[in-house]
Ligand binder design. Structure first.
Ligand code: NAD
Ligand code: UDX
Length: 475
């Protein structure tokens, strides 16, 4: 097998950016070029000021500072990038389709297909093509067919190498991966390609954590991992609803069951619902595949994980409206957090969007403070849901025409919280624990309500000040 000394990655997003930065950091002998059609994004990756990188991830700045310009490059020259590399990663977005066959369920593979065509057109020698994007099982077959049909001169090996990093902890997850999965074909070309990629990761990941499988198992493992993780969140969230009715405490229940080593304690945190660009998209994709392969019972089983999540977001919004005497019209509801989890500026599928949407439907004045999300992004998120409202059964109604006047974004939490009727915690940012609640209370309408969608506040302390606090899963 070839020793790899040049890599190109197509797609400089939340996955391509951090993964390639870490490969470059750990493999100074490999030239890594990340290419993207989005010029603005590439410029931001090349910005002298590291605080302007297009994505926020703890520790990313240092990694980029170490490798950029040495053996890590960001560029819009896609064709050149492909030509110069022995190994090409495809790390483009694969969102849920919003049109045509499979609308609202299947993964949209148009960007991946375009990459395959770009690779075939630019290739000047045999190449190893690595699927880094999350893809439906058997996508490698389509990629291979396109490559071979467009370019019969060169040989292509297709590998599946799904990414398991979570946002907010991407660098740590990449440095200390639980495992790295590489799927390849069983012929000699395939096995050589697997070995070439294993060699790259072996620069910092222990050999026993590098697992190799068939392409199909690897592709399916990624969808399965996300489905299992999301299922745990929906499972504990379903129990949170029962806790609220019965007086049980969901955190006590999670702790008690999590101590069973067969269940395990991680990923049992009840919340306002899971968000992020992956869980919902990947489960819907799995559901679509099951239906496609004639397995409606299996499809329905997994679909329930998404339905429970929709219900959890709706339950939270409804609780706010019900508690505020059945109307929020004209009332100031202040959101702490908009990102789908702490330590990221990513808002894709964030629960905050859906909760805000339901409150705006009821004509609330929604005020938002998030330490990392731009005001532009927040307006975009609501506009997008307004256009594609079918993605949640509870957000089907169009918003009032003047909804933009009902939504206010703040740069400081104090101003956001001042004179509000209710406060809702949507993201678990650490800084929210240090808010001066005495002064917030003094400047609020009474009864002063707090809805803690992340269970981060000290209930006793908050209640003592005079607030009425509602937490997830606490009766
Ligand atoms: P992203 O939207 O942040 O980035 C994708 C990038 O690809 C964009 O910058 C886009 O401009 C670029 N692109 C699209 N088509 C292109 C083309 N033909 N040529 C050049 N550039 C092109 O997406 P992401 O979050 O990085 O996700 C990428 C893939 O990784 C998805 O399949 C996703 O499911 C998977 N994944 C994501 C995460 C995560 O935490 N975000 C984790 C694991 C896996
Ligand atoms: C997820 C997977 O964890 C990762 O392996 C995969 O590569 C991409 O998808 P990500 O979406 O970035 O990562 O973050 P994750 O930490 O999994 O959180 C997803 C959502 O679930 C967040 O909204 C989070 O707040 C929520 N969550 C997570 C809970 O509500 N409770 C939990 O116990 C864990």
């Amino acid at each position: 097998p070839n020793k790899i000394n040049s890599i190109c990655c197509i797609g400089a997003g939340y996955v391509g950016g951090p993964t390639m930065s870490v490969i470059a950091q750990k493999c100074p002998h490999i030239k890594v070029t990340v290419v993207d059609i989005n010029e603005e994004r590439i410029n931001a990756w090349n910005d002298e000021n590291l605080d302007n990188l297009p994505i926020y991830e703890p520790g990313l700045n240092q990694v980029v500072a170490e490798a950029r310009g040495r053996n890590l490059f960001f560029s819009t020259e896609i064709e050149q990038g492909i030509k110069d590399a022995q190994m090409i990663f495809i790390s483009v977005n694969t969102p849920t389709k919003t049109y045509g066959t499979g609308k609202g369920m299947a993964a949209d593979l148009k960007f991946v297909e375009l990459c395959a065509r770009q690779i075939a057109q630019a290739a000047n020698e045999d190449k190893i093509v690595v699927e880094k994007s999350t893809l439906p099982v058997r996508t490698a077959e389509s990629i291979k067919r396109i490559l071979e049909a467009e370019d019969s001169e060169h040989e292509f090996a297709i590998l599946s190498n799904p990414e398991f990093l979570a946002e907010g902890t991407a660098i740590e997850d990449l440095h200390y991966a639980d495992r790295m999965l590489i799927g390849g074909e069983s012929d000699e070309n395939g096995q050589n390609a697997i070995e070439a990629l294993v060699d790259v990761y072996a620069n910092w990941i222990p050999r026993e954590k590098l697992i190799t499988t068939s392409v199909w198992s690897s592709e399916l493992s990624k969808l399965t991992a996300n489905a299992f993780l999301a299922q745990r969140v929906s499972s504990i969230n379903s129990i949170s609803a029962l806790c609220e009715r019965t007086g049980a405490d969901v955190e006590e229940v999670a702790h008690a069951i999590g101590m069973d080593s067969r269940i395990g304690s991680k990923f049992l945190k009840s919340s306002v619902g899971f968000g992020g660009s992956c869980f919902q998209k990947d489960i819907l994709n799995l559901v679509y595949l099951c239906r496609h392969f004639g397995l409606p019972e299996v499809a329905e089983y997994w679909e329930q994980v998404v339905k429970m999540n929709d219900y959890q977001k709706h339950r939270f919004a409804k609780q706010i409206i019900d508690t505020l005497f059945n109307t929020v019209s004209g009332k100031k509801i202040s959101f702490l957090g908009w990102a789908f989890k702490k330590d990221t500026n990513d808002t894709r599928e964030s629960s905050a969007i859906y909760v805000a949407y339901e409150l705006l439907q009821d004509r609330a004045e929604v005020h938002v403070y998030d330490p990392k999300v731009s005001s532009d992004q927040i307006y975009k998120d609501i506009s997008y849901l307004q256009e594609h409202s079918s993605s949640s059964p509870y957000c089907k109604e169009k918003l009032p025409k003047d909804w933009k006047e009902l939504l206010h974004i703040h740069k400081e939490s104090d101003l956001c919280l001042k004179n509000s009727h209710a406060i809702a915690v949507l993201t678990e940012w650490d800084e929210f624990k240090n808010i001066n609640w005495d002064s917030v209370y003094a400047n609020m309408y009474k009864p002063a309500f707090i809805f803690d969608g992340r269970n981060i506040l000290d209930r006793e302390k908050i209640a003592k000040i005079g607030f009425e606090i509602k937490s997830i899963g606490k009766g």
